[in-house]
Design a protein around this ligand. Structure first.
Ligand SMILES: *[C@@H]1O[C@H](CO)[C@@H](O)[C@H](O)[C@H]1NC(C)=O
Ligand SMILES: *[C@@H]1O[C@H](CO)[C@@H](O)[C@H](O)[C@H]1NC(C)=O
Ligand SMILES: *[C@@H]1O[C@H](CO)[C@@H](O)[C@H](O)[C@H]1NC(C)=O
Ligand SMILES: *[C@@H]1O[C@H](CO)[C@@H](O)[C@H](O)[C@H]1NC(C)=O
Ligand SMILES: *[C@@H]1O[C@H](CO)[C@@H](O)[C@H](O)[C@H]1NC(C)=O
Ligand SMILES: *[C@@H]1O[C@H](CO)[C@@H](O)[C@H](O)[C@H]1NC(C)=O
Ligand SMILES: *[C@@H]1O[C@H](CO)[C@@H](O)[C@H](O)[C@H]1NC(C)=O
Ligand SMILES: *[C@@H]1O[C@H](CO)[C@@H](O)[C@H](O)[C@H]1NC(C)=O
Length: 439
């Protein structure tokens, strides 16, 4: 069989990589095919000139959270609605309420934008499940912190109105990237009361789903992966220019070398100068090989001088997670994946210990690290051909740039394994994910 390092193969690979990127189409994530953020308007009661609605935002993304400074939800009213009052959130602009004499509405904007209250909000401004400063956790990590709701009293409509669905829902979470459907009438939400013995149902329910696209978010890659092992002194560093670089700069990035930010430097994110220029590097080190187990050390390093990553998560796809694993310094869970050949594990920080990856400073990078002890499956486990390295890694839902499989640290005398079917499989997996998720 022809070696895959031959020019013909390289050419084929490059061709596939070019075809494989789907920048301009709607890419969906095969590891989280049902991920979405659902926005629900439940009409709780009618008023003479409008209605009271409870708006719930539920994050169903398994490993994509909404971080500081939090979500903003906007829409456009169909008629001349105003918001008389709100609890659990607020409209960021009041707008022109000069035509209201007796009672001044909370907001008269035709296209209000709503933001969350902080956890220290006053009791009279709160709703039942609110006030997280706009932060929503990823569903797989913290299902109970993945939703929020607020109440809005809508008025200034004609008498005995049925209410009109707001139009053009928009979700900033916190940046762009989400597209929301039009709100649709659905089966009214039912909740149980009296200890589950009675079911109550709201008067009317409108629902919309919002989905994320990296392309719309216009994100450059945020992370890259480097690899090492106990059996080979070679360290495979991140692919150079993973997240930008000086030559052929599509998106020129600035960086500083020694950690002293000039005092006149603009107030933007700034990273340490590296070959890869990524704000984050994820390192996978194969540390030990025991009789029944093998041990990996997973380290995330923050090269950003002005950004802490709170409530971070890392997703790793590796067939070794088919067996139980012990994770020492992170919390973790396995994700249910259907139709994906390799298991997927999700890791995040332990409360009060390492939920935040601190920014780099002059002396060191910010970092979090954990060892992972995996049980071997004698059928599949091997140190050959880079099997023990991960297939894909995501940080906070963004895919990380992996080195090409033919640069992985190899077992001594494993170079002939380059011929193996297995490596071809690895490359195929790599290409598949580039195709689905590509940048
Ligand atoms: C949104 O996510 C939920 C939970 O995964 C799923 O049941 C629902 O079908 C999704 N909605 C859409 C429109 O994909
Ligand atoms: C505010 O609304 C009133 C009544 O609708 C209108 O007469 C006035 O011009 C508006 N003011 C501004 C600044 O738009
Ligand atoms: C909180 O409630 C008070 C009185 O109910 C109101 O005046 C104030 O504007 C509210 N604050 C916010 C942030 O909604
Ligand atoms: C938020 O999610 C939790 C867990 O899934 C659920 O029990 C709770 O009812 C949800 N809250 C709202 C307001 O939807
Ligand atoms: C909703 O968005 C569409 C398309 O962007 C626009 O034409 C329309 O005017 C918007 N509707 C409202 C009420 O703002
Ligand atoms: C990138 O280029 C600029 C200007 O040519 C230079 O000042 C800077 O040091 C370069 N950065 C790196 C990481 O080489
Ligand atoms: C990051 O966290 C450190 C320590 O808590 C703090 O000193 C620093 O100001 C934070 N940086 C940003 C950009 O918030
Ligand atoms: C590796 O290959 C070299 C030459 O190809 C040979 O001398 C050496 O003994 C081999 N080592 C092992 C562990 O097989």
């Amino acid at each position: 069989m022809e070696s895959i390092t031959s020019p013909r193969w390289r050419y084929l690979l490059i061709l596939l990589l070019l075809i494989g990127t789907c920048r301009f189409s709607d890419c969906y994530d095969p590891l989280d095919p049902n991920g979405n953020i659902t926005v629900t308007f439940d009409i709780l009661k009618y008023a003479p000139d409008g209605y009271v609605a409870r708006v719930t935002i539920q994050n169903y993304y398994q490993y994509r959270h909404i971080e500081k400074p939090g979500w903003k939800l906007g829409w456009a009213w169909t008629r001349n609605e105003v918001i008389w009052s709100m609890s659990g959130a607020f409209a960021i602009q009041q707008g022109n309420c000069s035509s209201f004499k007796d009672q001044v509405p909370h907001s008269c904007k035709k296209d209000p934008v709503i933001a969350d209250l902080m956890p220290d909000a006053l009791p009279q401004n709160r709703s039942n499940s609110c006030c997280h400063g706009g932060i929503l956790a990823a569903y797989a990590a913290h299902p109970s912190l993945s939703n929020t709701s607020f109440e809005v009293t809508v008025g200034n409509l004609e008498q005995n109105t049925p209410g009109y669905k707001p139009l053009n829902l928009s979700l900033m979470a916190p940046g762009p990237g989400y597209t929301c459907d039009q709100l649709m009438d659905t089966i009214p939400t039912v909740s149980s009361v009296i200890g589950g013995r009675r079911e109550e149902q709201v008067l009317r329910t409108w629902k919309s789903t919002c989905t994320y696209s990296s392309y719309l978010a216009n994100k450059t890659p945020v992370c890259c992966v480097s690899l090492s092992s106990f059996y080979n002194p070679k360290v495979t560093s991140c692919p150079s220019c993973s997240c930008g670089c000086n030559v052929s700069d599509r998106l020129p990035k600035s960086c500083i070398r020694d950690g002293s930010i000039p005092s006149d430097f603009p107030d933007v994110d700034i990273v340490r100068c590296t070959d890869h220029m990524c704000p984050l590097r994820i390192h996978w080190h194969i540390k030990n090989n025991y009789m029944d187990h093998w041990r990996v050390k997973l380290t995330v390093s923050n090269y950003n001088y002005r950004k802490n990553y709170s409530d971070w998560n890392i997703l790793v796809q590796h067939p070794g997670f088919g067996r139980p694993a012990s994770v020492y310094s992170f919390d973790s869970t396995m994700l249910p994946v259907i139709g994906v050949p390799e298991e997927v594990a999700l890791f995040w920080g332990k409360p009060f210990y390492n939920t935040e990856i601190l920014q780099a400073d002059k002396d060191q990078l910010g970092s979090v690290t954990s060892e992972i002890l995996l049980r071997k499956d004698s059928e599949s486990f091997t140190l050959n051909s880079g099997w023990a390295f991960p297939r894909t890694i995501y940080f906070n839902g963004e895919i990380c740039q992996m080195p090409l499989p033919d640069t992985f640290p190899m077992l001594p005398n494993d170079s002939h394994a380059l011929h193996s079917q297995f490596l071809l499989h690895l490359i195929a997996v790599y290409l598949t994910y580039r195709t689905f998720v590509g940048f």
